[in-house]
Design a protein around this ligand. Structure first.
Ligand code: ZN
Length: 279
């Protein structure tokens, strides 16, 4: 089984403003993010199922509504799982989360301090985390860097998730993209907390970072806390799996330690939903 725990869906109207301008500055003028339901469906032929993420970051020009994701995943409920997104700064954040779970059937919550511009350890947001814990909705954090100019890097370090995990030990959480570039910090956080995981998505174009990040995970003994994901549409399953299986290529001919093949295969064939209690 191959299950992709990190995919996006976006209509062209959902992406604009600062987000699009900064993305073009980082990735070139040809950058395009939108991914229609048809394109998503086509890409999902490469795997057995996926988590599909909404994103409520309207202020920076990236807003994929919960309803849009819910409508799409309802077309294939056996293999797609939708995650809501709620900007914690909204006055009705908790109501939106409850609605997403109870009326829309969404199963988790996507948060991204660098896009939503909030401080994840501020106690004013703890009632939202408490509600997610009560509703058994895992939280996926984009807790890592991004090109978005107004995004606060100091609030995007995965070490901050330690604070949330100490207050909410039963809340299942995922630090996306191994928390790049703070990947050793991610290893420390997921080692401490039984309910905090990380996904290996989006490191395909940075082979040295991907290798050293995985080496940290091996050395700290936390590879069983890693989930397979791609960050589609930026990357897909075939490309991510190929890069993962080639991860040792960069150290061929040296005495550098290899990432064991069995570790790589166990992550590719892991079951993220089981780890997140969503089976
Ligand atoms: Zn993503």
């Amino acid at each position: 089984m191959i299950f992709d725990c990190h995919t996006h869906l976006a209509h062209p109207d959902h992406v604009g403003g600062d987000f699009l301008a900064d993305a073009k500055r980082a990735w070139g003028e040809s950058y395009s993010m939108p991914c229609s339901p048809v394109e998503h469906q086509e890409a999902m032929k490469q795997c057995d199922g996926a988590i599909v993420l909404a994103l409520d970051a309207e202020d920076v020009g990236f807003y994929v509504p919960n309803e849009y994701v819910a409508t799409y995943v309802s077309t294939n409920p056996d293999s797609l799982v939708g995650f809501a997104s709620v900007n914690p700064k909204r006055s009705d954040a908790i109501e939106r989360l409850v609605y997403a779970k109870e009326e829309l059937g969404l199963k988790g919550l996507k948060l991204a301090p660098i896009y939503q511009i909030f401080d994840p350890v501020s106690p004013e947001y703890f009632p939202l985390y408490a509600k997610a814990e009560e509703l058994e909705m895992p939280v996926m954090w984009h807790q890592g860097t991004s090109y978005i100019r107004v995004g606060p890097l100091d609030l995007s370090n995965p070490v901050l998730i330690d604070v949330v995990a100490r207050h909410f030990p039963k809340l299942k959480m995922v630090i996306a993209h191994l928390g790049h570039p703070w990947t050793s910090e991610t290893a420390c956080v997921i080692r401490k907390h039984p309910n905090v995981f990380s996904d290996v998505s989006a490191l395909v174009t940075r082979p040295w970072q991907f290798y050293t990040a995985m080496l940290s995970m091996v050395e700290y003994g936390v590879t069983n806390k890693l989930l397979f994901g791609t960050d589609f549409p930026f990357f897909d399953c075939d490309r991510t799996i190929k890069a993962f299986r080639n991860i040792n290529h960069i150290i061929e001919g040296t005495n550098m330690p290899r990432i064991p093949e069995e570790v790589i295969e166990s992550i590719i064939h892991g079951n993220p939903l089981e780890k997140l209690g969503l089976n």
